[in-house]
Design a protein around this ligand. Structure first.
Ligand code: NAI
Length: 304
């Protein structure tokens, strides 16, 4: 018996890449899956992979699993509601939302247009809001009706969000926002029986093949392929299962056969209290000492 037997899970952006691997992995563990995908291109171009969600549903059904397709836009408020309704109407319940859908429009900050900024922040940030918000409505009303809730929000951040990435300002800002959102959801929603965690994956998909093709392909020859998207699926299945009940507010960086847990922002050195407000001409020396004494942050991706 799989670890997700009886669980109903929505996976957004599950028509390809990581989302597809999660949907297949969840179904193999016994979950019924709502496979969402709008079928857009790597940069959000319309119609690129139309029918992708249905194809994954057919793959799941062919292996004896349960799935239904949804082709809504994750950043559309009403589409988020329809996704949650699809889970309840088709499978009778909902236990987890895996917010995974997204795309990139990489640009140096100096050339990023307002349209690119809005498109990227919309799909990631608003996309993480709409479906989860409707799911939380459902879980809270179930909880108020006295039915036990053991629900999960599984978000997708990125190394770009945790440490920054040159040429990805809108994407990095969105993914950093998602990491913070996860902390707030965990703190606010625990009382209803809902956990919230995030992943920063690292896998070969069409998204990363545009930016990191050399690193990703060099490993394909070895017996174990650390960049296979399927490597992230066991962590997602576990997080969606009842077994992860006591883990919330965490950010995981899975890669190959490893899982790293992120320690996030934490307090560094503090200057001595001088018992009065600092004068502007004193600040420089204080900050210099603090910068020299702090644990250096991980460098921004792409910075030499
Ligand atoms: P992908 O491009 O292979 O898959 C993304 C899927 O999302 C596509 O099937 C696309 O049609 C769908 N999608 C895009 N916009 C949508 C919308 N508005 N509504 C519904 N579906 C939509 O990319 P990949 O690599 O699988 O990425 C999955 C997630 O993981 C993304 O959030 C990405 O930012 C994140 N990520 C991926 C990394 C990697 O190493 N591949 C690294 C860090 C984060």
């Amino acid at each position: 018996m799989g670890i997700c037997e009886g669980r109903v899970v929505i996976v957004t952006g599950a028509g390809g890449g990581l989302g597809r691997a999660y949907a297949l992995g969840l179904a193999a563990e016994g979950a019924s899956v709502v496979v969402n995908d709008l079928g857009v291109g790597t940069h959000g171009e319309a119609g690129e992979t139309k029918g992708a969600a249905q194809q994954v549903v057919e793959e799941i059904q062919a292996m004896g699993g349960k799935a239904v397709a949804d082709t809504g836009d994750v950043a559309d408020w009403d589409a988020g509601k329809r996704m949650v309704e699809a889970a309840i109407d088709t499978f009778g319940s909902l236990h987890a939302v895996v917010n995974n859908a997204g795309f990139v429009r990489d640009r140096m900050f100096v050339s990023c247009t307002p349209e690119e900024w809005d498109a990227v922040t919309r799909v990631h940030l608003r996309g993480h809001f709409c479906t989860s918000r409707h799911a939380v409505d459902y879980w809270r009303s179930e909880n108020k009706a006295g039915r036990p809730i053991d629900a999960r929000i599984i978000n997708t951040t990125s190394g770009a969000g945790l440490q920054g990435s040159i040429g990805q300002s809108a994407y990095s800002a969105s993914k950093a926002g998602i990491a913070s959102l996860t902390l707030v959801q965990a703190a606010e929603l625990g009382r209803y029986g809902i956990t919230a965690n995030a992943l920063a994956p690292n896998a070969r998909t069409r998204m990363t093949m545009t930016a990191f093709a050399d690193t990703m392909t060099s490993q394909q020859e070895s017996a174990f392929d650390p960049f296979a998207p399927e490597n992230t699926a066991p962590l997602v299945a576990w997080l969606a299962s009842e077994q992860s009940r006591n883990v919330t507010g965490q950010v995981f960086e899975p890669f190959g056969g490893t899982i790293r847990i992120s320690e996030g922002w934490t307090d560094g050195p503090t200057s001595d209290d001088v018992g009065r407000r600092l004068r502007p001409d004193e600040v420089g020396a204080v900050v210099e000492k603090l910068v020299a004494g702090r644990t250096p942050a991980k460098p921004v991706y792409g910075a030499s």
